[in-house]
Design a protein around this ligand. Sequence first.
Ligand SMILES: [Fe+2]
Length: 435
Amino acid sequence: MPVPSAPGTVTLPALPHWEQPPPDLREATRQVKAAIRARIEASGRTVEEVFAVVAQRLAAEVVQIAAARERGEEVWPVIDYADIAAGTVPPEAVALLRRRGCLVVRGHFPREQALGWDAGLVGYVEGNGFFESYRGPGDDFFASVGSRPEIYPVYWSAAQMEARQSDRMARVQAFLNAQWKHESEGVRWFDPDRDSLYPDRIRRRPPGTTSGGLNPHLDPGTLDLWMTSEYQQAFRHLFDGTVEQYDPWDAAHRTAGPQYPGTTMCSAFRTFQGWTALSDMDHDQGVLHTIPIPGAMAYLMLRPLLADVPDDDMCGVTVNRAFPASEKYHAPLLPALSGIPDVRAGDSVWWHCDLIHSVAPVSDQRGWGNVMYIPAAPWCPRNERYAPSVLAAFRTGSSPSDFPEEHYERTWPDRFAERDLNATGQRGLGLDGEC
Ligand SMILES: [Fe+2]
């Protein structure tokens, strides 16, 4: 089998790119797929040969994950907050985190503090008449869970802000950010020790809930992952036939580029998505699952190039909809889907931004399922660009611009006040240079 050419010996065909959604998505898909195929084939291997390398590696990983689950082992790595704080995380635990791309942080916050935040959130929404004024889900994505508010479009409570600007949160975010390669090509792609404050919502799912869950999907982007210049460079090893060199932990070219707008978009670059548990949750009560293989992105990005996918189709990926992982195109990955272990209020749960994830269905749920969504979103050009709109939303109690324009909190007098920001909160909002 021919080996990939050494860099510089072949001029690779250029890729067409669109920095905004192309007017004709199907035509652009046809063009970019043909160009990526030509580029891969210039490496001396066919698309099928390159894809086979990826599929084989992943198959081995899927078998190991399924076997671990069969043996009754926990697939999700678990690390104690105390070890992160003390810098005593065992090397094998770090290795497992990097292999699986997901993590439970035990005791991230004291349980009583998390339960207090949960009670505080109830007081905040009830005291402000939220349930009387609630107008139903404001976006397409979560509408499938029903008209009862499980996802509260609430961003600026004391509970959320205290958690976001806490030292404990900053320590865990820095630990997670540090798993990524943040400097290369003479560029510092992000600052691992400073997070931008990314406001997101809360979920409170009551006992007795019956829910269909959420199908496997991923959140880093949609067609922009193939079609914008920066993402084409971020995934350069996938698109030029050097898949062996693809590193899912390399932040190069991921932290400045544009994203195609849509209801599922996230303006921020997140190293990890995450949430903090505000109630105890058992592993079989409709919880988060992931396919815990960061390198599976190679499969997702190359799968549309195979001959069984129509030329104008990216395996169902399109703008304004979550990126699906489906039985039809991604079946070999799905046996690795693994749920979180039991968690307690105050634990936090994290997954690499490229991981496929889902929420399991549940009937007649036991206990509450309450979380605050707080990711790790380190300071970088993209997050710096988003920060002024976050600050404006904070000051006015508005919904952040990544979310539907619901603005429930604008008139709520007890939302978190600017005078209560600490240094971490100020830096997270980009306020450090303002005064
Ligand atoms: Fe998601």
